[in-house]
Design a protein around this ligand. Structure first.
Ligand code: PBG
Length: 331
């Protein structure tokens, strides 16, 4: 119960900086951030991504340098995505299970450089490896099959775990993949490898720049609506989360972030488990675009959005702005 004006004036505690600081309900720090990085082939290579100004793909040596930068900034985890060269892409995405693919090379390089000072999160899905840009295997009619795809995803996840990944993050939205991957990790001698499930991943228009970054944008025909969720659905997102938790996920993700704060809130309220938001590529691009046309201040826009994720119930946020945010937060 609150009092009445003028006995109670809610502006009293807002009047000064020290008081606002004292009454702040939500805090943000570099340890809340996960930094997604794009890996490319070659040596000493940095390839800027036009639709993500300020973000580059790095060759494996550069990825190791970014990993050290993350440690020095207090960012606890990096997330890896490969830009697989066209000649290594195929209909079945077989490169995903190659123990020497870009992803595995990057995992090993980061572990060599940083050891247990940094967690490595790896994406499980076939789109960076397929010639058609879909996340799974296609049947004759072009439908993305579920169970056959899950079998490959299990091999992909094991391949990443063997290379040293700490957190497996399936982003494919096939049914049953969390349970299958969890069983394989247990039987394969990786009981402590975590699974952060992209549990509620929506078929979103905000993924465009990412698809450029991993080179699947130009390849993708059609859409991903037969497996990624309908943006209209909230109750169904809770069912997705419930299934993934029952199957052995340690934490769950909601993706994209900002347009889905209600989902984050509901997941946290209902299940009380660690929830992460993925502030996706299109969200990054919007902040940069606002800055570049003078419609807003990047740093202020960014901090307000990241804080909103924490307030909604997130344990942390995947964001391409992680190093920018960490520098601001570290002063
Ligand atoms: C691949 C994957 C996507 C993203 C993360 N993993 C793209 C997609 O599903 O098409 C999007 C990330 C972003 O836009 O920043 N399964």
């Amino acid at each position: 119960m609150t009092g009445h004006y003028p006995n109670t004036r809610l502006r009293r505690t807002r009047a000064t900086g020290w008081s606002r600081s004292l009454h702040r309900e939500t805090t943000l720090s570099a340890s809340d951030l996960i930094w997604p990085l794009f890996v490319t082939s070659g040596k000493d290579a940095e390839e800027p991504i036009a639709s993500l100004p300020g973000v580059s793909r790095w060759s494996v040596d550069g990825i190791a340098a970014r990993a050290k930068e993350a440690v020095s900034l207090g960012i606890p985890v990096v997330a890896l995505f490969p830009n697989t060269p066209a000649e290594k892409r195929s209909d079945d995405g077989g490169e995903a299970t190659n123990p020497d693919n870009l992803m595995c090379q990057a995992i090993r390089a980061i572990k060599d450089a940083c050891g247990d000072d940094l967690g490595v999160l790896t994406d499980v899905a076939l789109d960076p490896y397929t010639s058609h840009g879909q996340d799974g295997l296609l049947d004759a009619a072009g439908y993305v099959t579920n169970d056959d795809t899950v079998a490959v995803l299990v091999d992909q996840a094991l391949n990443q775990a063997e290379a040293g990944a700490d957190i497996i993050a399936p982003s494919d939205m096939m049914d049953g993949r969390i349970g299958a991957i969890r069983r394989a990790l247990e039987m394969g001698g990786h009981p402590n490898v975590q699974i952060m499930s992209y549990a509620a991943k929506f078929a979103s228009a905000f993924y465009g720049p990412f698809r450029d970054a991993v080179g699947s944008g130009g390849l993708l025909k059609g859409d991903k609506k037969s497996y990624q969720m309908d943006p209209a659905n909230g109750d169904e997102a809770l069912r997705e989360v419930e299934f993934d938790l029952a199957e052995g996920a340690d934490s769950v993700m909601v993706k994209p972030g900002l347009a889905y704060l209600d989902i984050i809130y509901r997941v946290r309220e209902r299940f009380g488990v660690p929830v992460f938001a993925y502030q996706v590529s299109g969200e990054y691009a919007m902040i940069e675009a606002a800055q570049s046309v003078g419609a807003g201040d990047r740093d202020a826009l960014l901090m307000e959005k990241l804080l909103a994720f924490k307030r909604a119930g997130c344990s942390g946020i995947l964001t391409y702005h992680a190093p920018v945010a960490a520098r601001l937060l570290n002063g």
